[in-house]
Structures are given as C-alpha cells and as structure tokens.
Design a protein around this ligand. Structure first.
Ligand code: ADP
Length: 233
C-alpha cells in the first residue's frame, strides 16, 4: 500500500508556519495577532470597564465577553457579514477556553471584552483565535495563571495529523477527515477545550492528545517569544 502523504506535503506532526505579535492595536488595552500558515487571527481586549446595563453587573467578579467574527473577506467566496450560529458557538467556546486561567475577582462589576477577528481563514481559526486572545489578555495585564495554547489535531483517513488546513479538513478519501481542536493551560494537563468534528476511535484519543500536547508546547514557545518582544520594547 502506498505511504500516506498529506495534501499539504507536511509531516504528520508538522504545524504550519506560526507567527505571533503582541501590541498590534494601540487603542486597545491589550492586543495580539496569531497565525497558522494562511489563517490569521487578531484579538483586542477592552477593559475591565464598568458593565452597563447595571443589572448585568456581578459584584463578585468581572464578566468575560468574547466576540469571534470570521470577516467577509477572509474566505474566497465573500461571506455574509454579521453573526451566525457558527460565530456564536466559537465565541462561547473561546470564552470557556480562556476563563479557567483568568482571575476576574479583582474587578467586580466590570466587563472584559475580547474581540477576535479572522482576517484570513484556512481552517484552524478557533485555535488561532484562542492563541491570539490569550496573548491579548496577558498584554492587557489581566491576572492569569498561565497562557492558554490551542491547536487542532485530526485524522485524514486513518492517519493522525496536526493542524489541519482547509484542503485537509475537506479530505474525502477513505474515512474522510476528522477535526479535533483542543486548548489547554500551558505547561499543564488541564484541557479547556475539546471539540470533535468527525470520528475518532476511543483508542486513538490518547495518541491524538499526546501529539496535541507536543504541538501546544511549540505554540507556547511562539507565544512567549511574542510577549518577550513587547516587554523588551
Ligand atoms: P475552524 O476555522 O476553527 O477550523 P470550522 O471547522 O467551523 O472552524 O471551519 C473550517 C474552515 O472553513 C474555516 O477556517 C474557513 O476556512 C472555512 N469556513 C468557515 N465558514 C465559512 C464560510 N461561511 N464561508 C467560507 N468558508 C468558511
């Protein structure tokens, strides 16, 4: 049987070229860009600021509010602007992925708004968005126990691969493609996002997570470097 090759030509555990930059939006309280190949996400943090209307305030904590948007021009066929079920889902899972690292008790009655915009999409936008948002929150000086790192593992036919691009997500040969995006607290075993689009055998989950863990360490290195650059400036 011929050896399986990814359509992108990458190795099974090879991540697309990553890049990150902190402080890309001067008017925001914190901001960052994170990219996996042709997928580019920017995140901007505004707050903590007093939440209006007042009846929504929580006197024991700040509220985290994430808004994810795949911009119209980010994909080849212009996408209808505005919120969708997909964007609402990704906003919510991004919020849940970030909350476990944040200490929001210091800012009662306030809101922290995180805007995640996808400038260019080639799959993996939720994972790039989470990486950018985590950096932007750190840049805004919100107390965090660590960064959140995120990547997608998946399957193409029977092979476990890391960081699927759009062509790979659309792979239709054999058993097709599976997308398994995860997020975790850096340097820990604490997962803050586990989603699954497609099928994976229970026996393969452990292997997929081991590959994801190793990939997350590489994501973390890129994130740390970007934060260091801004501190040095
Ligand atoms: P993720 O971007 O996190 O992998 P999805 O699996 O929902 O999330 O989307 C996969 C990819 O499909 C996106 O990254 C994007 O490239 C493409 N895509 C999603 N929504 C649209 C859309 N409305 N129009 C065109 N392409 C889209």
């Amino acid at each position: 049987m011929a050896e399986f090759k990814r359509p992108s030509g990458r190795g099974m555990t090879e991540i697309r070229k990553m890049s990150a930059k902190v402080g890309v939006i001067p008017n925001a309280d914190g901001s960052a860009m994170f990219s996996f190949g042709d997928t580019i996400a920017i995140a901007a943090v505004y707050g903590p600021r007093l939440l209006h209307p007042q009846h929504m305030q929580d006197p024991s904590t700040a509220i985290l509010r994430v808004n994810y948007d795949l911009l119209s021009f980010s994909v080849y066929e212009r996408k209808k602007p505005g919120p969708s079920r997909r964007s609402q889902e990704i906003s919510k899972v991004t919020e849940w992925a970030l909350l476990p690292v944040l200490d929001l008790k210091e800012f009662p009655n306030t809101v922290i708004d995180v805007q995640v915009y996808i400038l260019q999409a080639d799959a993996g936008t939720r994972t790039a968005g989470i990486n950018a948002a985590s950096l932007a929150l750190a840049h805004a000086g919100i107390p965090m126990k660590n960064l959140v790192t995120s990547i997608s593992v998946g399957k193409q036919d029977k092979n476990i691969v890391v960081d699927l691009d759009k062509d790979e997500e659309d792979y239709e040969e054999g058993e097709g493609a599976t997308d398994f995006p995860i997020a975790k607290v850096a340097n820990s075993d604490e997962y803050t996002l586990l989603q699954l689009d497609g099928k994976i055998e229970p026996s393969e989950v452990k292997k997929a997570l081991t590959i994801a863990d190793e990939a997350c360490e590489k994501v973390y290195e890129v994130q740390k470097r970007a934060l260091k650059e801004v501190v040095e400036q």
